[in-house]
Every structure is written in structure tokens, then in C-alpha cells.
Design a protein around this ligand. Structure first.
Ligand code: ADP
Ligand code: MG
Length: 259
């Protein structure tokens, strides 16, 4: 049960879709890899965007996260290399949506991912779990496996309200299933400093969450949005772009804070 010593497992979660979870996962992974860290990405979303964005065809997966959850394959068999990203990834596709239903019947249903990751303890410095936009059994598997939750968010009007369900879920998992779990930080993404409302929400966030708000801010930058269609993270696709530079800085902030 104890923390996989040395291997930090972070969930990238927010129950809203389109808030930058996958972009954060892949660019942080690539940024950490550039620092020489050994990184594993776990795509826990049946949409398979992290898989495709890492240059791996989700329609051609021999093994996937589905196998980790159903215990039909381990990480060693299911992982693939993202050559461009510099990290390993266990991919996902539509099949994973079925795992939700199948898992309900099974024992230890919320501990399957944790068990799979325990088997590769020592092989990675960081594991980043890209969660689906829900607080489902899939996300629960991520939260039970993780030391920390990293929450990307846009500084919009209802941003704080939207966080309360996630914060409550994290509290429950902390109390009942995984005492190590904590929110490690809120990352402001798709930020546009020209928009007064975004600055105001950003200030509210800092007032509310204090040091849990990462210093690094990820700007809205079209190069980050273009990168996935080339099967690579933005930090690799166009290292000179503002968004890429922000994610490289963010990866440094993460290693400063968490080793
Ligand atoms: P999620 O995984 O939460 O659904 P994504 O990471 O897929 O969110 O991001 C949603 C969309 O926004 C994608 O098309 C992505 O390319 C785009 N996007 C994410 N971050 C940025 C950014 N900083 N600037 C511009 N576009 C972004
Ligand atoms: Mg996503």
C-alpha cells in the first residue's frame, strides 16, 4: 500500500471536458523527459487523445489500459514508446468504455490501476495519468493509484464552482481508499492576460488555494492545439512557441516542488 518510493504518480483530472487535461499530461511528460526523468503516461480516457497525441494509433493497440484494469496484461506488455515525446505510454481507445461496466462486477475494482503500477515501481520517476472528463470508476482507479492530483483549469466565471465536485471526490478517496492522495496543484491553462475576467478569476484562485496554485501560467497558444494532429506534444513540435516554453517551465516547477 505504501507509496511507490521514488515513483511519483500524478493524476491529471478535472471532470470538465476540453479544459486542457490531455495537453497538460503530454507536455508535462515531454518536459520531464527532456530533463532526463523516466516518465510513463497512462491514457485513462476512452477517447484516446493522449494516445493519438503521442504518435500512437489508438485503432492499432495490441494491449491497452483496458488490459491493466481487467488484468489481462501488465504495464510491461501494454506500454509503447512515444519516440517524439521521450516517454512510455499505455494507450486507450473505445474499448476502455466497456471496462467501466465489466469492472463493476469485479473485486478490488477501484485498485486495478494501482496494482498494475506497483509492478513497475522503480522503472519510472513520474507516472502521469490522463483522466476522462468524469468522476467515474476509471477516474477513481486513477485517484486510488495516485499521490497527487494536478488540476488544469481555465480562469472562467464558473471555474471555482466546477472544482467543488472534484475536491469532494478527492476528499472521499483520501478518507476511504487512498490516504496519500492530495491536490498537488492547480494549473492555469489557456490563459489570456488581456481578458480582465481571467485575471480576476486567477486572483480568486490564488486567494482560495494559495500555494496550491502553480506559479507557471500556460497561455492560450495555437501551436499547442496543432501539435496533437502531428502525433507529438507541443514542447517537441514547436519548442520556440510561447505555450511550449511555458510547459517546459512548468516541468521545472514540478521537479523543483516534487523532486
Ligand atoms: P481535455 O483533455 O481536458 O479534454 P485538451 O487538452 O484535449 O482538454 O484540450 C482541449 C482543446 O483545447 C484541444 O483542442 C487542445 O488542443 C486545446 N488546447 C489545450 N490547451 C491549449 C492552449 N494552452 N492553447 C490553445 N489551445 C489549447
Ligand atoms: Mg483529454
Amino acid at each position: 500500500m505504501s507509496a511507490t518510493a521514488g515513483m511519483r504518480v500524478f493524476c491529471v483530472a478535472n471532470q470538465k471536458g476540453g479544459v486542457g487535461k490531455t495537453t497538460t499530461t503530454l507536455n508535462l511528460a515531454a518536459g520531464l523527459a527532456q530533463q532526463g526523468r523516466r516518465v510513463l503516461v497512462v491514457d485513462l480516457d476512452p477517447q484516446g487523445n493522449a494516445t493519438m497525441g503521442s504518435g500512437i494509433d489508438k485503432r492499432q493497440l495490441r494491449h491497452s489500459v483496458y488490459d491493466l484494469l481487467l488484468e489481462t496484461a501488465g504495464v510491461a506488455l501494454a506500454r509503447q514508446r512515444s519516440d517524439k515525446g521521450g516517454y512510455d505510454i499505455v494507450g486507450a481507445n473505445r474499448e476502455l468504455a466497456g471496462a467501466e461496466v465489466e469492472l463493476v462486477e469485479l473485486e478490488r475494482r477501484e485498485r486495478r490501476l494501482r496494482a498494475a503500477l506497483d509492478a513497475v515501481r522503480g522503472e519510472y520517476d513520474f507516472v502521469l495519468v490522463d483522466c476522462p472528463p468524469s468522476l467515474s470508476l476509471l477516474t477513481l482507479n486513477g485517484l486510488v493509484a495516485a499521490h497527487g492530483v494536478l488540476v488544469p483549469m481555465q480562469c472562467e466565471y464558473f471555474a471555482l464552482e466546477g472544482l467543488s465536485d472534484l475536491v469532494n471526490t478527492i476528499r472521499q478517496v483520501h478518507a476511504n481508499l487512498n490516504p496519500e492522495l492530495q491536490i498537488i496543484g492547480l494549473l492555469r491553462v489557456m490563459f489570456d492576460s488581456r481578458i480582465t475576467l481571467q485575471q480576476q478569476v486567477s486572483e480568486q484562485l490564488k486567494a482560495h488555494f494559495g500555494a496550491k496554485v502553480f506559479d507557471t501560467v500556460i497561455p492560450r497558444n495555437v501551436r499547442l492545439a496543432e501539435a496533437p494532429s502531428y502525433g507529438q506534444p507541443g514542447v517537441v513540435f514547436d519548442p520556440g512557441a510561447k505555450g511550449a516554453q511555458a510547459f517546459v517551465e512548468f516541468a521545472h516547477e514540478v521537479t523543483r516542488r516534487f523532486g
